[in-house]
Design a protein around this ligand. Sequence first.
Ligand code: PGA
Length: 258
Amino acid sequence: MLVAGNWKSNKSFNEAQEFANAFAKLTPPAEGVEVSIAPPAPYLAALGQEGVPFRLGAQNVSATGPGAQTGEFTADMLAGCGVQDVIVGHSERRDGHGDEDAAVAEKVDRVLESGLRVIFCCGESLQDRQSNVHFDKVLRQLESGILRLPAEDMSRVVVAYEPIWAIGTGLTATAEQAQEMHAAIRGWITEAFDADVSKSIPLLYGGSCKPANADELFACADVDGGLIGGAALNPEHFHALVEAAGRAQAKRMQAEAI
Ligand code: PGA
């Protein structure tokens, strides 16, 4: 299980450090649970140097390499700052910051070339779901983003399914809706690669995931954790999600042992 936090454009640098200190005092994640947080980019180098009690993530990356690209930062620069995970294709960047499918694919390639792990986001709008094209939409995003990759790169790919209508709205996909889409995603990855690759890819759910609904979502067979926005801003709330992932992981391990 993987619980990944996305702070978006929130928190001062001091607040980021306070979160890391508070989180370090809480019970460490259970066996088989990974924790990753993507703070605002200006804090990454310092947090990487100070050390944080979670994998360090970035919320964005340049689609290109080094050079005359004012304001951009490359995947190699992130790696040099201690970043391990990079969120690519978040809907807030797809809708409004020019991250069309082609740019998203470039970013995925840059992240993987730098040896980092990509957290690839996909998800449909409310209109897509109401017009019953949500599966087509997500499949198209996956095809241009990751299903084209060489199989050996897939060990550094995480997929986050985030229905846009559930992000920051308080509306959550039901466990059935999440499981249905996650099972479809797992199936498409199996078709493009094979069942072993598909089983090894963490599929995260994102969209108003919070302590009150995490147990139900994480209990779904194909939900391997969450990508958390609002509930990742408070160390206790985020920790409650990490604990929920621990409970789900324990049940999976028990089931495997039988
Ligand atoms: P939310 O955000 O948890 O605040 O809905 C999720 C996300 O954007 O990744």
